[in-house]
Ligand binder design. Structure first.
Ligand SMILES: Cc1cc2nc3c(=O)[nH]c(=O)nc-3n(C[C@H](O)[C@H](O)[C@H](O)COP(=O)(O)OP(=O)(O)OC[C@H]3O[C@@H](n4cnc5c(N)ncnc54)[C@H](O)[C@@H]3O)c2cc1C
Length: 500
């Protein structure tokens, strides 16, 4: 590649494929670069992946798509953060929220860091994160992150959405901005003598040539892993879970619709609960080394209050946690499940797709469409994924449950990166934690606030049981103020859908 490409072909029409189609067309349609997407009706998409981080907000803002245009079509709701009940058994820390943090939090959050540092040194302090973040308080009151007035004081937030409907919306938008949509199955990938991909062969559309190929074919990684031989590096030694079962349940009361994802620890993993405008998405993420899919489904049903004899539709999934090393190889970029998958905890994957795609575009623009930045690009994407892996593994290392061998094993697992090991030690030993984070975070997407919330939220302190964490009175007044300032979640969803 040494000149602007004439044609970019995306293989795969899941969330990764359609996000990429929109980003490429938005960026380069004015340069006359043709973008096409081919997807197979027969193969289908993974069908899950309903939670995001605030990066998805940036994605829609970049494309100039307002919430009123897409949220209703994807049955989307607002997400102020994630709560983690049941991961810790320490008194006062049975649940915590990983909130989305923004500038409105600035007066209180330094106090939280200070209190947590005092508590790390075994002195009395109020170190539970839930008391200090606006979004945590919004969650506790089923409020949306949208202010009634003072619009400039914006909060960061994410979304929940129906993955299939979001895909359909993104497809419609991509086609409207000029992406060619081909419904066909790719049967083979054809390489030229230099080892670049030259074309793909399809069932009905013949051979399709392109200059850049984007592999969004899902777990199979048909181009990057299949044709270009890139190997998946397994992270099973770090992350225990390799399976999930998903079940949908009805949303009984729209008035009480929550603005959080719940990630509740169960016996052999954890269960997500994601509110959409019309239903809940639920799933149990577990390790197949400890239970069978049938046992997992039975435990999830019990958790959801569904009788074991009730016939409900369930979707079982299996993966190897890990990533490839060369996300950009030859003239191919891997995006989404084809570049690897860790697990759904903290919902990081759409963010990785977005950052990989945007960084690829930036590298090509900065080098006049050469592959000059390919090595640096691959290093930075690997750091992004490995930093995410460390943050996810932290949840397992810090759990204090003893009810099953699973929780004991994941806590005692000695295979962790040096960075994670240093972070955990530095926190526990009461060292200057800013310094510890500076030395060990590098390009980690999870920064200071996230680490403090997880470490303090799980009650990872030397002495926990002796010190009580009482809710300060001021919290109650704060809640009353918030109710006057923010739309309730239900109210805001009606507003954004044009219903009131
Ligand atoms: C249990 C679970 C929960 C998850 N939860 C979250 C979450 O909350 N948040 C988050 O960010 N991520 C989550 N993820 C990850 C997220 O689902 C994926 O990153 C996202 O959906 C992108 O998937 P994809 O587009 O790469 O692959 P897929 O959805 O599998 O799409 C693959 C596409 O490739 C096409 N294809 C394949 N082979 C061919 C062929 N031969 N010819 C033509 N087309 C072909 C298929 O037709 C399909 O369109 C979760 C994943 C799992 C497994």
């Amino acid at each position: 590649m040494n000149a602007a490409p004439n044609h970019i072909l995306i293989v795969g029409g899941g969330t990764a494929g359609w996000m990429a189609a929109n980003l490429f067309a938005h960026q380069w349609k004015s340069k006359g670069i043709k973008v096409s997407l081919i997807e197979s009706d027969v193969i289908g998409t993974v069908g899950v992946g309903e939670g995001s981080t605030p990066f998805l907000k940036d994605f829609f803002e970049k494309l100039g798509i307002p919430e009123s245009q897409w949220m209703k079509e994807a049955n989307a709701t607002y997400k102020c953060g994630i709560s983690f009940p049941g991961w810790s058994t320490h008194t006062g820390f049975d649940s915590y929220i990983h909130p989305f943090y923004s500038t409105v939090d600035s007066p209180d959050v330094p106090i939280f860091f200070e209190q947590a540092d005092i508590r790390r040194r075994s002195q009395q302090a109020q170190a539970h994160p839930d008391h200090y973040f606006v979004t945590s308080k919004l969650i506790k009151n089923s409020l949306s992150p949208i202010l009634k007035q003072d619009k400039k004081n914006k909060l960061d937030y994410g979304y929940h959405f129906d993955a299939e409907l979001l895909g359909r919306f993104l497809a419609k938008n991509a086609v409207a901005i000029g992406v060619a949509h081909i419904k066909d199955k790719v049967t083979s990938i054809n390489l030229n003598p230099a080892g670049n991909i030259e074309s793909v062969t399809t069932v009905d559309s013949g051979v399709i040539n392109a200059d850049i190929f984007i592999d969004c074919s899902g777990f199979r990684g048909m181009l990057i892993q299949g044709a270009l031989g890139e190997k998946l590096i397994s992270y099973e030694c770090y992350l225990p879970n390799d399976s999930a079962v998903a079940i949908q349940t009805p949303l009984e009361d729209m008035q009480e619709i929550p603005s959080e994802t719940v990630s509740a620890a169960l016996k052999y993993g954890w269960a997500w609960k994601i509110p959409l405008m019309n239903r809940f998405g639920n799933g149990y993420v577990y390790s197949s080394k400890y239970i069978t899919p049938e046992q997992a489904e039975a435990e999830l049903k019990q958790h959801l209050g569904i009788s074991k004899d009730d016939k409900v539709k369930s979707l079982h999934l299996k993966w190897t946690p890990g990533r490839i090393s060369n996300h950009w190889k030859k003239n191919c970029l891997a995006l989404g499940l084809s570049q690897g998958f860790l697990e759904p905890l903290e919902a990081p994957m759409l963010n990785i797709i977005q950052q990989t795609c945007e960084s690829f575009i930036a590298c090509l623009e900065a080098s006049n469409f050469s592959d000059h930045y390919m090595p640096a690009f691959n290093t930075s994407i690997n750091q992004l994924i490995d930093g995410t892996r460390d943050y996810l593994q932290g949840h397992y290392k810090l759990n204090s449950r003893t009810d099953t061998q699973y929780w004991i094993d994941v806590r005692e697992n000695q295979i962790i990166s040096n960075e994670l090991s240093e972070i955990l030690k530095g926190w526990y030993d009461g060292r200057d934690f800013n310094q510890v984070l500076r030395e060990n975070l590098k390009a980690n997407p999870y920064q200071k606030t996230s680490w403090y919330c997880m470490l303090a939220g799980l009650g990872y302190f030397k002495s926990f049981d002796q010190i009580s964490d009482e809710l300060p009175e001021s919290d109650l007044k704060e809640n009353l103020k918030l109710e006057a300032q923010f739309y309730t979640h239900a109210e805001q969803l009606r507003r954004v859908s044009g219903l009131g």
